[in-house]
Design a protein around this ligand. Structure first.
Ligand code: PLP
Length: 409
């Protein structure tokens, strides 16, 4: 019998899982007592490391004070106000606002609705088209599935959203020619600043600047999906700061709580807030039962405080230099053909590895006590920002051993 749990992104017929039972710092343990270094921060999210008492305490005491309450009008809570304020305070939108939800997928679908609503409020309801970027990952709700630039994630679900077109992931000319043809029908463009789940691809020089200009010239919104890159991962609070481009909306999740509670959200620029606030009769008919959940809000505040007090945003660069130098050494040895990344998110493309061989290398590394992610023959690393150099080196050494073992067979 298979287990009752249907795992995400799994083969439903498989029963082959590592059953984790405990975590601490950068390590997790399974039910057989095996220890692993968490080279991916769980799923690209655990900035502060596991089982931090500061977060557990903040969540516990919040649950003891106001355990749960919704924030649909006319209700609110001191903790949801405080979390939104704290998130805004580190964002590029000092005078913007924060919409809260429970996941990256919900943040993306919320952004889609905000893109369309903006066009309507501007008196341009004919602007319906949203541009996605090849290789992009934007979650699994129906909107985000439509915006996937990874065909395997997008296909096989029947009809998705209409009015979505795809731009090339690296060639800005492809975006320019779509704008040339459809400019006055395009409501917005969504892109990860650094493509993560597609294989860790920082933007080509000038690409994000090019998108910003095309959007400005054509009256479209630019959305950065910072679900992975937000909250310090790229060496600034947001990748928008790292690349010095200001989008109109920023989606976030993951690192906002380091995963201690589910939370996502959308940062909304003042210009769009002005549109939403202009008509006192206008009602924003969107929100989730758990938008601004007290436990998640307490986790977000404590997490941001901890990232700040331990200077983990700056530390992302230290961690990243260590990882990239390690990966570059593997490239010098011929084990890797390409090294990609920024801040503390990196990937090494294993020389001549197929997708299947990448998975075999990942499995071998897991057997050796290191967790990473295999994507199209590349190994991705996105560890907690508290990782010590000796553990970073273990990630790289284990990758080298596993590559040698699998690729020489
Ligand atoms: C850029 C990006 N957007 C959206 C999502 C979806 O987030 P979630 O899995 O929390 O729904 C992810 C998840 O990896 C992501 O990387």
């Amino acid at each position: 019998m298979t287990s009752a749990l249907l795992h995400p992104f799994s083969k439903p017929s498989s029963n082959n899982y590592h059953t984790l039972v405990r975590s601490e710092g950068v390590r997790v343990w399974d039910d057989k007592g095996n220890e692993y270094i968490d080279g991916l921060g769980s799923l690209w999210y655990c900035q502060v490391g596991h089982n931090r008492p500061e977060l557990i305490q903040a969540i516990t005491s919040q649950l003891q004070t106001l355990s749960s309450y919704h924030t649909f009008a006319p209700m609110g809570s001191n903790i949801s106000d405080a979390a939104a304020e704290r998130i805004r305070s580190i964002s590029p939108f000092a005078d913007g606002r924060v919409f809260l939800c429970n996941s990256g997928s919900e943040s993306v679908d919320s952004a889609i609705k905000l893109i369309r609503k903006t066009a309507i409020l501007r008196g341009e309801p004919e602007r319906q088209i949203i541009l996605r970027r090849g290789r992009g990952y934007h979650g699994v709700n129906v909107g985000g599935t439509t915006l996937q630039g990874i065909p395997a994630n997008r296909e096989g679900w029947g009809d998705l959203l209409p009015s979505v077109l795809e731009i090339d992931p690296t060639n800005i000319e492809s975006a320019a020619s779509i704008f040339k043809e459809h400019g006055n029908k395009i409501a917005g463009v969504i892109t990860e600043a650094v493509q993560g789940a597609g294989g860790v691809f920082p933007p080509p020089d000038g690409f994000l600047e090019g998108l910003r200009k095309l959007c400005d010239d054509n009256g479209a919104l630019l959305v950065f999906d910072e679900v992975i890159t937000g909250f310090g991962r790229t060496g600034n609070w947001f990748a928008a700061d790292t690349y010095n481009i200001t989008p109109d909306l920023i989606t976030f999740a993951k690192g906002v709580t380091s995963g201690y509670q589910p939370m996502g959200g959308v940062l909304i620029s003042r210009e769009i807030c002005d549109l939403l606030e202009a008509d006192p009769q206008f009602v924003f008919m969107h929100g989730y039962t758990y938008s601004g959940h007290p436990a998640a809000c307490a986790a977000a505040i404590a997490n941001i405080d901890l990232i700040e007090s331990e200077e983990l945003v700056q530390r992302a660069n230290h961690v990243g230099v260590r990882i990239s130098q390690g990966l570059e050494a593997l490239r010098d040895d011929g084990l890797l053909s390409e090294v990609r990344g920024v801040g503390a998110i990196w990937a090494g493309q294993v020389t001549a590895a197929t997708t299947e061989q990448g998975i075999q290398i990942r499995d071998k590394m897991t057997e050796m006590g290191v967790i990473c992610r295999a994507i199209n023959g590349a190994l991705a690393f996105c560890p907690p920002l508290i990782i010590e150099d000796s553990d970073t080196d273990l990630l790289i050494d284990t990758a080298a051993k596993a590559i040698n073992e699998i690729m020489s067979v």
